[in-house]
Design a protein around this ligand. Structure first.
Ligand SMILES: Cc1ncc(COP(=O)(O)O)c(C=O)c1O
Length: 403
């Protein structure tokens, strides 16, 4: 018997949620992944999309005064382009990838992924350039990370060039629909075990599926936003220490309850996991402390996700002559430094880009970071990254790829 996984994709590109009157200053913080303000799409109708694809996705004519953030997020997370590249591994060979409708896949109810969470994914973006072309940002890094995640989850290995071509093909197919800055096309390669085998709790799935789904997105940080409130969590951890480098659904599931509790208890936007006092990362982004000319972040190890944005920001910080310190950072040192007037902190990630953190909540007490607002160095680094992504400054590190 086959289980059609249509429900989670059901609202793909026919969304009936009314959305037209979202205030332009409304920004949205997703529980798990930072997604973005819809304002660039919905309130600046003059944005020169090369097609009106997005407007076809969103009904703009209804009265939307009462639309709340959850509704917007639900709608937003379900906006997908109608086709995706897909391939599967049958235990012997990978099928030739093909473009298929993105509103359903077929999966056996006994599929390994549904029982033993043999799944990993990636998140990267394609950007419309100042000259009108479209480029994909650091695709090689994200492919390498998906290959590593797959290997650590003992999923079948794949040829990185096969996935690169799937990404290029999918982006090329929707190149006309990639939003102008500050929007982008979010790319979600996903790999999971499909073998129908519920007796394989401790054995790998010999079959798997790999697809590349794309979704037009706006910018979480559209300007004028407040800095985030982050709760420091010393007791728990985001995920098992040996799983941190894997971008896998199980890790997000593991972090969800503490994040929801922090929201409910102290109106925190996110949790910064600091097991035993060691500052690691939040539920969906890396953490950077900026103290004057120094930028401090945890050194790479197996306990947390090695963010592509983290790497990009550190590279740009070095380019700008900043001192980059990749090392252990304790909660004690973080709080001491945060109390200094010029100190800043930010979260880095594909979706978050570089989002300022203004307040740390520790043992029930609030600690402002610097002046508690949006830091100037954070803005400068964010702009330096965005300028490369949108082709406004030279791609000196070779980070952009043609689809
Ligand atoms: C747990 C976690 N850490 C860090 C990041 C940042 O990774 P990247 O910069 O590659 O998007 C993410 C991004 O989704 C994440 O989920």
């Amino acid at each position: 018997m086959n289980l059609a996984l249509t429900s989670c994709f059901k609202r793909a590109y026919v969304n009936t949620t009314p959305l037209a009157c979202i205030p332009s200053n409304l920004n949205i913080l997703h529980d798990q992944v930072f997604f973005f303000s819809l304002a660039p799409y919905l309130c600046q109708r003059a944005i020169p999309f090369s097609t009106n694809a997005l407007y076809n996705l969103l009904p703009l004519d209804a009265n939307l005064q009462n639309t709340n953030e959850d509704t917007i997020m639900a709608a937003f997370g379900s906006l997908f382009m109608p086709k995706m590249a897909l391939t599967s591994f049958d235990g012997q060979t990978w099928q030739t990838p093909k473009m298929v409708p993105s509103d359903s896949i077929s999966l056996h109810p006994g599929a390994h992924v549904l029982h033993y969470s043999s799944t990993c994914f990636e998140g990267l973006k394609a950007f419309r350039q100042a000259d009108g072309s479209v480029k994909i940002f650091r695709m090689d890094k994200n492919i390498a990370r998906l290959m590593q995640s797959s290997q650590l989850l003992t999923l079948p290995s794949f040829d990185p060039e096969m996935l690169a071509q799937m990404i290029r093909d999918t982006v090329a197919l929707f190149a006309k629909d990639v939003p102008e800055a500050p929007g982008s096309l979010y790319i979600r390669p996903t790999h999971f075990g499909t073998e129908p085998a519920i007796g394989k709790a401790a054995a790998p799935s010999l079959q798997s599926m790999l697809y590349v789904l794309v979704s037009p997105v706006g910018d979480y940080f559209a300007g004028g936003d407040r800095a985030l409130r982050i709760k420091l969590e010393e007791d728990g951890m985001r995920c098992a220490p040996h799983m941190g480098v894997i971008k896998s659904g199980g890790n997000y599931a593991s972090a969800m309850r503490p994040i929801l509790e922090a929201k409910a208890e102290c109106n925190a936007d996110q949790v910064l996991f600091c097991p035993g006092g060691d500052v690691q990362e939040t539920g969906a982004a890396n953490f950077l402390l900026i103290d004057g000319n120094e930028i401090i972040t945890k050194a790479l190890d197996s306990t947390f996700l090695h963010g592509v944005t983290r790497d990009s920001i550190l590279t740009l910080a070095r380019d700008l002559g900043m001192q980059v310190s990749e090392r252990e950072l304790s909660v004690k040192e973080l709080l001491e430094r945060a109390a200094k007037p010029g100190c800043e902190a930010a979260l880095s990630g594909t979706a978050a880009v570089l989002t300022p953190v203004g307040t740390l909540i520790y043992q029930g007490k609030e600690h402002s970071i610097g002046n508690g607002g949006i830091g100037q160095t954070t803005l400068k680094l964010r702009r330096a990254l965005n300028d490369i992504q949108w082709g406004r400054s030279p791609d000196t590190h070779g980070w952009l790829t043609q689809p």
